[in-house]
Design a protein around this ligand. Structure first.
Ligand SMILES: NC(=O)c1ccc[n+]([C@@H]2O[C@H](COP(=O)([O-])OP(=O)(O)OC[C@H]3O[C@@H](n4cnc5c(N)ncnc54)[C@H](O)[C@@H]3O)[C@@H](O)[C@H]2O)c1
Length: 420
């Protein structure tokens, strides 16, 4: 049994390496840069320690011909949305075409990418069948097992989180379940169908998105009411059934994107998903709300907005990761720049070259004080030891702190302060 991992990103690489501790694995990716880095025993995304590569039976390659010798194909390619916020299935279709070329009787293809219910069977299987000339369940089997890893999270890992598995028939389900049981210590959950497994993943992220949207809306209301949202949530959270969600910018490639896969399917089925799309709209507009608050705090200090200088601490989409994809902090920066405000960005995890390539922005390595407003945008561990004295030392005059993640609610006394 030889396993091919198709797509070696945040999801594919850790799975490839786990399997490679037991089986013979081909790690395939179209990005030669990633292949070069992984071949040297390093994670291109800086998530895994070099130890994860030790004693692993894996060949990294961008040469698809090596897929020929495999019998199990695990596909973990991106599932983004287009600028019209509809699923962009091109990576998934392209990876399916590649695998179809090498598919043989008795093979198993498992999809890990996050998709809407029906995508595997309606969009991917026809590609596999058409190009290979083989028939699903007669000649080859298909499985779907959504990924639940949480980048930057050292507690909930691939192996200690229950994995949902599904298959195109009973035999496929058992084969997929047995395969993952060999690496997932927490065990697997056998879903009754591929569609159920697909839907389960998409609602995990949709649920988070909608709940955060509610918190963001509450935060806007409480701001107008002159009360602190963190205080309200601390009080309400003392009830046993109050759900612990917090306001914040919703970026990244999962929570802010996956709901559009579900809404696309809903619309296709003739239903207009009001709540999910409203939640998306609230979360997407939050960057403008934050930027507007910064402008208000600058004006309160009688600084002309076009002369103002702002320091943004943290540009990644979440804490303690280097990933800047779909970062909503970038939207805050661009909104501030549209007012003529000069913005410096610092981030100990992000790479300036990535920021430049993706957004035309760059990082500064040291603060270039003084600033009229500091925006603490991401809760990186490096920022936990900061205090008001430090923020004041970087400020011109009174100074203002925007504390998006409400880290310093009780600790700022002299500066102007606002949190979500
Ligand atoms: N990153 C996460 O935290 C996370 C968590 C759960 C689920 N997911 C889902 O998993 C999937 C993969 O996400 P990711 O974060 O690993 O993406 P990623 O962009 O980090 O990695 C995907 C990899 O696939 C490669 N690729 C693209 N097209 C290819 C093709 N045709 N053939 C071979 N390789 C190809 C890319 O070069 C890239 O290296 C997505 O559907 C995502 O929604 C991601």
């Amino acid at each position: 049994m030889k396993i091919a991992l198709v797509g070696l990103g945040y999801v594919g690489l850790p799975i490839a390496l786990e399997f490679a501790g037991i089986f013979d694995v081909i790690g395939f990716d179209i990005d030669q840069r990633k292949i070069d880095i992984a071949s040297m025993g390093r994670d291109p995304n800086d998530e895994l320690d070099p130890g994860a590569f030790v004693d692993k039976n894996i060949t990294f390659t961008s040469d698809e011909r090596l897929l020929k010798s495999c019998t199990i194909y695990v596909i973990a390619v991106p599932t983004p949305v287009t600028r019209f916020k509809v699923p962009d299935l091109r990576p998934l279709q392209s990876a399916s075409k590649t695998v179809a070329k090498y598919l043989k009787k008795g093979d198993l293809v498992i999809y890990e990418s996050t998709v809407y219910p029906g995508c595997t069977e309606e969009d991917c299987v026809p590609i596999l069948e058409d190009l290979s000339g083989l028939k699903l369940n007669e000649d080859f089997k298909v499985g779907y097992s959504p990924e639940r890893i949480n980048p930057g999270d050292k507690v909930h890992t691939l192996t200690n989180t229950v994995k949902v598995v599904s298959g195109s028939d009973e035999a496929a389900l058992e084969q997929v379940a047995n395969l993952y049981e060999s690496i997932i210590t927490a065990g697997v959950h056998r879903a009754p169908s591929i569609k159920v497994a697909e839907a389960s993943k998409i609602i995990e992220n949709t649920q988070r998105d909608v709940n955060i949207a509610l918190m963001n809306e509450l935060s806007i209301i409480f701001d107008r009411a002159g009360i602190n949202t963190a205080d309200v949530l601390a009080a309400a959270g003392t009830k046993w059934n109050f759900l612990k969600f917090y306001p914040g910018l919703v970026g990244g490639h999962c929570i802010g994107v996956d709901p559009y896969y579900l809404t696309h399917k809903a619309i296709e089925l003739g239903y207009s998903p009001e709540m999910i799309l409203t939640g998306r709209k609230i979360n997407d507009n939050l960057s403008k709300h934050v930027a507007k608050k910064a402008v208000n705090l600058i004006s309160e200090q009688s600084v002309p907005v076009h002369d103002a200088r702002v320091l943004v601490l943290g540009i990644t989409f979440k804490e303690n990761v280097s990933d800047i994809r779909n970062s909503k902090v970038v939207d805050v920066v661009k909104e501030l720049q549209s007012f003529g405000i000069s913005v410096d960005i610092m981030d100990p995890h992000a790479a300036s070259s990535d920021l430049e390539a993706s957004y035309g922005l760059s990082l500064v390595s040291e603060p270039r004080a003084p600033y009229d407003c500091i925006i603490l945008a991401v809760k990186h561990d490096e920022y936990l030891s900061f205090d008001e004295d430090y923020f004041k030392s970087l400020s011109r005059g009174k100074g203002a702190l925007i504390d998006i993640k409400s880290q310093f609610t009780t600790q700022i006394h002299d500066m102007l302060y606002w949190s979500l």
